[in-house]
Write a protein that binds this ligand. Structure first.
Ligand code: GAP
Length: 394
């Protein structure tokens, strides 16, 4: 089922209804940053809760973690981000604008000139300084992925949770990248949230677990009502693989701007644990409490974006209906994701008896579900308003 809604329609709907606003809008906005309004904050929270429930609470082989955004700078030397987390950039010599080398053809997309500088590597990590001194000794980075917080805590979690292989650690949190070309609304931003799992397995079982996680993660989106025809798997070619990965399959969604990545599921081998063991000088081998076997586990990493999932669920929920020859927009969400589960709308707002009963019902319901009370318009308008805020449809 092809998606016919345009991104302009989604962007203006999100602003009008209070799902997503431009960051710092009153100052003209900040490129690559967005704010979630009252309905957007509920939707995003529901997506994260559904992810945490499916991947942590409902499984025996997973535990959660909430690591800090700021990490020891050596982390990024060990992970390879200092050297490899780069885009190739060129400058147009005529208009001085800067572009990703793979985004320009023969001529400058801005002014048409054909005179570029040589491509040079630009690191995407955002830098800041800790403490009072602003020199090279105080540089730290805002994490570009949550994954490394999991790897550096592998020993702590292994020792305290007493999990035996295979087991995984899940984390949801903010990441930051100095993207050269943020765009497509919240699809590519400079500040975003990730939902990441690092699943540790015996090296010989990694392939099998990779397959299982690809299936599980695909099914998660379908279980939450996403149209299966707008989802597909795409296996990376050799030339696309990140420096740490020997295999990766993306889950893609058919956005209005085309098929694009929601989540990647990579086989990271034992790269990260080996690197951190070497750089920290700590023993990060897994020692089995029963068999006494010692091994550096392989890692399967399902890594998705909260903002991309939120955008895809919003696009997927968008429906137009004809009611009495006039169009009506309805957002049809799975009941676990709908920002508001129940609306209490009194038929007669002039009847104090009905109003107080309706308010009592709302007070009772809100102990368990998100609900609203509304008596500020005619019943037809109130229904329509609720359809625009999102209807539970599964
Ligand atoms: N730890 C692996 C990792 O970070 P990635 O493919 O670079 O892999 C994983 O990112 C997911 O994070 C992506 O599938 C996407 O959903 C989300 N993501 C990455 N960069 C993003 C950005 N600039 N804006 C929004 N989401 C982003």
């Amino acid at each position: 089922m092809k998606n016919s809604v345009s991104m302009d329609t989604i962007v203006s709907l999100c602003k009008r209804r209070g799902f997503i606003f431009q960051s710092s809008e009153i100052y003209g906005g900040l490129s690559g940053a967005w704010d979630y309004g009252p309905l957007g904050a509920e939707l995003k929270r529901n997506i994260k809760d559904a992810w945490w429930k499916a991947n942590v609470h409902d499984r025996e082989d997973m535990v959660g973690l909430d690591a800090s955004i700021l990490m020891h700078p050596e982390t990024w030397n060990a992970s390879g981000h200092t050297q490899n987390f780069t885009d190739q950039l060129v400058d147009c010599k005529a208009c001085k604008r800067r572009f990703r080398a793979d985004h320009v053809g023969d001529s400058c997309p801005a002014c048409g000139a054909k005179d570029f500088t040589e491509a040079r590597a630009f690191n995407l990590m955002l830098k800041t300084h800790l403490g009072a001194m602003e020199d090279s000794s105080s540089v730290v980075y805002l994490r570009p992925e949550t994954a490394q917080g999991i790897f550096v805590n592998f020993m702590n979690v292994r020792d305290t949770s007493r999990k035996r292989l295979p087991f995984g650690i899940a984390q949801i949190g903010k990441s930051f990248r100095n993207e050269i070309t943020p765009g497509n609304f919240t699809f590519r931003t400079r500040e975003f949230e990730q939902m990441e799992i690092e699943f540790f397995t015996h090296p010989g079982e990694a392939q099998e677990w990779h397959k299982r996680w690809i299936e599980d993660r695909f099914q998660w989106y379908v279980n939450l009502g996403m149209t299966p025809d707008r989802l597909r798997l795409r296996k990376h070619g050799e030339d696309e693989l990140a420096h740490y990965s020997v295999g990766c399959t993306d889950i893609e969604y058919e956005f209005p701007f085309g098929w694009s990545e929601l989540e990647g599921i990579a086989n990271r081998t034992d790269f990260d644990l080996k690197q951190h063991a070497q750089f920290s000088g700590k023993d990060l081998k897994y020692k089995d409490s029963v068999t006494q076997e010692e091994v550096i586990p392989f890692v399967i990493e399902p890594s998705g974006g909260v903002d991309r999932a939120t955008l895809a669920f919003l696009v997927d929920a968008y429906h137009e209906e004809q009611v009495n020859d006039s169009p009506r927009v309805v957002l049809r969400f799975h009941k676990k994701l709908a920002p508001i589960k129940v609306a209490v709308l009194p038929l007669l707002k002039k009847s104090s008896e009905i109003v107080s009963k309706a308010k009592a019902i709302k007070a009772d319901l809100q102990k368990n579900v998100t609900c609203v009370y509304d008596d500020t318009a005619s019943i037809g308008k109130l229904y329509r308003r609720q359809d625009g805020w999102g209807r539970c449809c599964a």
